[in-house]
Design a protein around this ligand. Structure first.
Ligand code: ATP
Length: 321
């Protein structure tokens, strides 16, 4: 392969820049021309590409977000949009594409691969919901950001004997909620994967701990539980008598400089992706398993399901009472 492209797609995640840097530098060092596609698949449709060199990715390893910008492109999921994207690839002589994003982005990469443009997907998503991958790029940073913010909420909850109900990101996956809940000593953790009952899993747990003189509480709720946390705070206050406040952490969870773990993982994965394309191997998803980097067929990766670690869930409930 003589020319490749790299794009970031779907929700941004800290460490995407480190992955872009690794892709660009690996390509350049191996004599491959590399284009950065601006705003994900939209850029591929519109032909919005920038030729990158070693210095175009200077000073980005430490930056959150993505210098290539990201987008959700409805048009790309249509035959017409796909055709435009393929025409752009032909026009620029692009023989392979590295797609950094979540499972939606991988579906696009699979469709492009099926139409003759080999793609390699890199899991860049804070949700950690890619089944073949232990830790996606951005997850560790986001988890640590949430931990820091809940620690701050704990300071004020403790000072006023309050309950702090915190909504964290995770539309379909409870990884962020479960692990941040454990790291922050939450009394209750509600996640979409495990059926819950507010009376049993929140109110009664709080009452039980109050018997041992506990006076402040953290309740972590994953976004995917579709609970209004303000209503939940009111219900807690009414039923337990503990003054309660709700906080939706929102987009603050996405930004910030990536942790060392995300930077290193992104660098290993970006390098690995280019090596696959150099060997004319496409239609793959790169994944982290333990400390190793491996790859899967995209179709197989999309059909795998990630289940929550019930052992961890049970530990959380045993130690937070
Ligand atoms: P995250 O979940 O972290 O936000 P994601 O990659 O799953 O990341 P999506 O919005 O689901 O985010 O997908 C990103 C883009 O991938 C979509 O805007 C669309 O352009 C493309 N895409 C998604 N699903 C498909 C599909 N079935 N076929 C083709 N392209 C798709």
């Amino acid at each position: 392969m003589k020319t490749i492209a790299v794009l970031t797609s779907g929700g941004d995640a800290p460490g995407m820049n480190a992955a872009v840097r690794a892709v660009v530098r690996t390509a350049c060092e191996n004599g491959i021309k590399v284009y950065g596609v601006v705003r994900g698949y939209n850029g591929l449709i519109k032909g919005d590409l920038i030729e990158m060199d070693l210095r175009s990715v200077s000073d980005i390893i430490n930056r959150g977000g993505t210098i290539l910008y990201s987008a959700r492109s409805k048009e790309f999921a249509t035959e017409e949009g796909m055709k435009k994207a393929i025409d752009t690839c032909k026009k620029f002589g692009i023989e392979g594409v590295v797609v950094i994003g979540g499972d939606g982005s991988f579906r696009g990469a699979r469709d492009l691969s099926e139409r003759g443009i080999p793609c390699v997907g890199l899991p860049g998503t804070i949700d950690n919901d890619i089944a073949c991958c232990d830790h996606t790029i951005g997850y560790d940073t986001c988890l640590n950001t949430i931990m820091e913010m809940i620690d701050r909420l704990r300071d004020t909850a403790e000072s006023h004997d309050r309950c702090s109900v915190v909504e964290v990101m995770g539309r379909r996956a409870g990884w962020l909620a479960l692990n941040s809940g454990i790291a922050c000593g939450a009394t209750s953790i509600l996640i979409p994967e495990v059926p819950f009952d507010i009376e049993r899993d929140v109110i009664q747990r709080m009452r039980k701990t109050m018997l041992t003189d506990k006076k402040h509480f953290i309740i972590v709720v994953a976004e995917g539980c579709e609970i209004n946390v303000h209503d939940l705070a009111k219900e807690i206050e009414e039923k337990t008598g503990v003054e309660s406040r709700a906080t939706v952490l929102g987009h603050t969870q996405r930004g910030g400089y990536p942790t060392a773990r995300d930077r290193v993982m992104a660098t290993k994965m970006g390098n690995y992706a280019v090596k696959l394309l150099m060997n004319n191997i496409g239609n793959r998803v790169v994944a982290a398993q333990k400390e190793d980097v491996v790859d899967y067929d995209i179709f197989e990766a999309l059909n795998m399901t990630k289940t929550i670690d019930m052992n961890l869930y049970n530990i959380a409930h045993e130690v937070s009472i």
